[in-house]
Ligand binder design. Sequence first.
Ligand code: OAD
Length: 247
Amino acid sequence: MNLADACDALAAARRVAVLTGAGVSAESGIPTFRDAQQGLWARFRPEDLASPDAYFRDPALVWEWYAGRYRDVMAATPNAGHDLLTRLEREKEDGFFLATQNVDGLHARAGSGTAGGRLVELHGNLTTARCEVCGQVDALPAPQDFTPPPVCAVCGGRMRPNIVWFGEFLPEAALEAAADAFAAADVALIIGTSGVVYPAAGLAFETLRRGGTVIEINPDQTELTPRLSFSLRETASAGLAALMDAG
Ligand code: OAD
């Protein structure tokens, strides 16, 4: 498959499923997951902060890390890649499904999931917190008013980041919806993800198994590249523009 074939396949597709990873937010100035450990946090591996064990050992430390990421995310804005995905949703309407591994909430802020299609945040969202006692989910206060840990407005319990941590299960309904959408997709797009964290990375194979086309957009080769229909070695925004504007 070449670029022209990929453009034609996307233009003709009635059902499109998209998986995004940290690379889509890189152009908003948010470091990718594996590049994120800078400054004070450089001595921690993400796995040592984003896990139930880490939170059990030192909840204040884990909250401090998430509060910092929350401030960075709220200071950032969606970029052209996020916007092109909202345009693709307007074109495909209820034939559009977007599953993201990103917890920054930027797809939702760009408007994904509001034009007939669906947005599913597979790994949660760091702009919200979840009560450890009663399960209530609430938006965090504005960054300047936020001192962690948040306390549940319903039961007074301690709240934790509303994130799927390493070693935790993905929300079953979200994962099932994503698996169905990828299985039904004529075309799947895999954008800005290293493709190493399952089950999200396995969604591409649902599409391939049913004879669909899977197109990757990533400046670098990934674990998934050898198995996909076509790869565009571009940033998320440039790759989406190339695929959509020529189609
Ligand atoms: P990674 O940080 O593993 O990978 C980011 C990918 O984005 C890499 O393949 C880069 O080549 C690519 N990339 C960088 N800049 C880009 C750009 N401008 N446009 C497009 N792609 C670009 O992030 P994820 O694959 O999202 O899980 O990581 C997946 C999951 O692993 C995360 O959700 C997190 C992590 O461990 C949990 O927190 C459970």
